[in-house]
Design a protein around this ligand. Structure first.
Ligand code: DGJ
Length: 749
């Protein structure tokens, strides 16, 4: 029995859209095109939506010939196949797999019904092509108008239950990106529970693939690790309520021969800031199934009749130009169609933050004198970090009381703000709105406002508890205090911190059947708070943070153009952290500060010039006490900032190249920015190994015009682009550990 296939509300004149989505009614093949990539699916027998291809653009070919249907032992057949044993969901590459239907591989969605059954058999119903990019209510997602993006929605349904899964594809032809999300609708007459609901699945007919993922820990985030996918499963994710320091929701799949410069690779970036899971399975036929989405651990979602549930979005990119080409897709896509606000492409105020200068021990005079002295560094903004509010003399107390601590800031914050602003500086403020200390007025008044499992003692993290921000009254209370502070004290910048993983995940206002929704509701509540903040204060420079880089994800970048990259400010460690982060995220999204030496996290000392060069590979700032700096250090620091400023546009708008891998190359760590027109380039980095009678090391530039002539600005020497790229450039051999490198080249006629 073949199901009727119908088009859903397909508008007349689909041809007049950008036509990056086509559907061949004879072969039932959907083709999604971007400038250099192509994605193909086919509705096959019994309405099974199969994945045919995702990869480099191939032209008009339809790739259904790639699927070979054979009788495979122990791979069952749909009932409709009758005596045909060649069709099996266990073997067919699918767009979005269900469960309990003969497919024994890892599945995209699992559904439980009230009768105790658990099955989902999704078959094709129809499609719709829409102008512009779809939106996800209450969730971050790439945006795009009719000239930038097109949407394809494909409706799948489980006939028995009425559970509908609408697969949403956002096609960004110029960016070479495709986004995906799924909308679950309950159009049946029985409620169900989603136990697993991934955002996207990619079934490849053949491997081999290698996986690059980004693991880490507090102060050492996003360390790349590359491993071959083997038969069976590879999985990583977070169950901490945040995307986490430990694993980042960005992954790369590549061929074993893919390098920085060349080779096929795919990137998957989950636009979500909570629990997530990445899974890759190599099956019995060497096929590879990959998926990512909300982590099913501690998750379920009740879907009553008529309810709709949206998954978060995944951004997918494919490049044949190696890992650099892939990074460029994500850098450009995020900068152009994910990150918002006036600062994405424009110079950011350079800040000085007092955290490592004072920790909790300061008063208003100390703060003012840091700000005053920082004027000599050339900064634009002073950020008052943790410790200015409530009874916040240490991390034991105060969170939740967002009123100034008048014992420390005598005269109040408004007064201090006036004094700092009278210096010509803007004022920024640290907050941690999602938390409460037990020793706080908020907790004493509302002990029930935190997440807490009934009858059990809470798990503390940094002595603090998580507020139950899924509750409207909790959100309102916190946001009211923060909004009035911003208004009264003329705050220009906010650092939104989050210093523990979620624990005790139970909301006292939800019925037991909905407790599986708390993790996700928490993330939605966070998004609502941040959206209201940036909507109310569009000129605010907003920086997210979670103990450094514990929530460094594409979801957060929808709200803030920069994220504090790591609590580790050591320049040498930062080389590796920023290198790892650069694979999936724009360089200017990484908050990077020049801090004092010996470094507080590692005890290492490197020159201020080296610290400055490393901070330049991010959004520049200071985090030290300028009163403790020598005159020479102040001069060097100011010079470093001026050099950063002189090339800021290149960093904000240009292309980024990793010239060496600090995990493999013990001698140097270098990177390069190239302007989009390839008229200017900047090479920066650090010589890692100091040795006597050193051999000469050569760096090979990238991304230039081979036949153009480039003049090096400090020496005046002229080189062809070809020479810089193919013959390389000797690196300076100065004595001393961790010498910085900075070279600028400009095209000359
Ligand atoms: C963690 C942040 O990453 C630091 O920069 C600092 O703001 C502290 N929290 C303050 O508690």
């Amino acid at each position: 029995m073949f199901r009727a296939v119908y088009k859903l509300k397909q508008e007349a004149g689909v041809e007049s859209f950008m036509n990056y989505v086509t559907f061949n009614e004879q072969s039932m093949v959907f083709t999604l095109r971007t400038e250099h990539t192509m994605y193909q699916m086919q509705v096959r027998q019994f309405g099974i939506l199969c994945h045919l291809y995702y990869g480099p653009f191939l032209g008009e070919d339809e790739l259904d010939y790639r699927i070979i249907e054979l009788d495979r032992g122990f791979s069952p057949n749909p009932y409709e196949a009758d005596r045909d044993r060649t069709i099996s969901l266990d073997i067919l590459p699918q767009e979005y797999s269900g469960y309990g239907n003969g497919d024994y591989r890892v599945c995209a969605a699992e559904v439980d019904f009230q009768d105790g059954s658990a099955a989902l058999d999704l078959r094709y119903q129809g499609y719709e092509v829409l102008k512009g990019k779809y939106k996800l209510p209450g969730m971050p997602a790439m945006f795009g108008d009719d000239t930038q993006a097109e949407t394809l929605e494909i409706r799948l349904a489980d006939e028995y239950s009425g559970a509908n899964a609408v697969l949403m594809f956002g096609i960004f032809p110029k960016l070479d990106l495709i986004t995906r999300a799924v909308r679950f609708e309950n159009l049946g007459d029985r409620s169900y529970r989603l136990r697993k609901v991934m955002s996207a699945q990619l079934d490849f007919l053949d491997g081999p693939f290698e996986l690059i993922h980004f693991h880490g820990r507090h102060t050492m985030e996003r360390m790349p690790e590359r491993l071959p996918l083997m038969h069976g499963m590879a999985r990583f994710g977070s169950r901490r309520g945040t995307s986490s320091h430990q694993h980042n929701p960005f992954a790369i799949l590549c061929r074993p021969d893919t390098t920085e410069e060349r080779g096929l690779c795919y990137g998957l970036s989950l636009v979500y800031s909570g629990n997530f899971l990445f899974e890759a399975e190599v099956d019995q036929m060497n096929q590879v199934r990959v998926m990512m989405g909300i982590h099913p651990a501690h998750f379920w979602q009740e879907v009553q009749c008529g309810d709709v549930f949206y998954t978060p979005e995944i951004i997918m990119g494919c490049s044949e130009d190696g890992l650099t080409g892939l990074s460029h897709l994500f850098h450009d896509g995020m900068r152009q169609n994910l990150m918002r606000g006036k600062y994405v492409f424009s110079p950011r105020p350079v800040l000085i933050n007092n955290w490592e200068a004072t920790y909790f021990t300061f008063d208003e005079e100390k703060i003012f004198s840091i700000a005053e002295k920082a004027l000599d560094l050339g900064v634009d903004l002073f950020v008052l970090d943790d410790g200015w509010f409530g009874k916040r003399d240490s991390d034991f107390s105060g969170l939740g009381d967002w009123t100034v601590n008048e014992e420390k800031i005598r005269g109040g914050l408004k007064n201090l703000s006036e004094r700092i602003r009278s210096l010509g500086l803007k004022l920024g403020l640290w907050i941690e709105p999602e938390m409460v200390s037990e020793d706080s007025n908020l907790y004493r008044e509302h002990p029930d406002w935190c997440l807490r499992v009934p009858g059990r003692l809470p798990v503390r993290g940094r002595y603090q508890l998580n507020l139950d921000i899924t509750r409207q009254e909790v959100r309102d209370h916190v946001m009211e205090q923060i909004i009035s502070l911003i208004e009264e004290c003329h705050i220009s910048y906010i650092k939104w911190d989050m210093n523990r993983s979620l624990g005790n995940v139970y909301s006292s206002v939800l019925i037991p059947q909905k407790q599986g929704e708390v993790f996700h509701r928490y993330v939605l509540a966070l998004y609502e708070m941040q959206e209201s903040l940036i909507t109310r204060f569009p000129d605010l420079l907003f920086e997210n943070c979670s103990g450094g880089g514990g929530r460094f994800d594409a979801g957060m970048l929808y709200y803030s153009p920069q994220i504090w990259c790591s609590d580790n400010t050591d320049a040498v460690d930062r080389l590796r952290i920023q290198y790892g982060t650069s694979f999936g995220y724009p360089i200017t999204s990484m908050g990077a500060h020049v801090s004092a030496v010996p470094n507080h996290q590692t005890g290492r000392s490197v020159s201020i010039r080296t610290r400055s060069v490393v901070a330049s590979c991010g959004t520049y700032g200071f985090e030290l006490d300028p009163e403790k700096m020598t005159k020479e250090e102040m001069q060097e620091a100011r010079k470093g900032l001026e050099e950063y400023k002189a090339t800021e546009n290149l960093r904000l708008c240009g292309d980024f190249y990793r010239l060496s891998n600090p995990f493999m190359n013990q001698d140097f760590c270098l990177w390069q920015f190239v302007s989009k027109e390839k008229k200017e380039t900047l090479v920066e980095g650090v010589i890692l190994r100091h040795q006597a009678n050193s051999p000469v090391f050569y760096v090979y530039l990238r991304g230039l015009k081979a036949d153009a002539r480039y003049q090096r600005t400090d020496t005046g020497r002229v080189y062809s682009g070809a020479a810089l790229m193919k013959a390389g450039l000797p690196l300076p051999l100065e004595l001393g550990e961790y010498q910085p490198v900075r070279m600028i080249f400009r095209e000359i006629p």
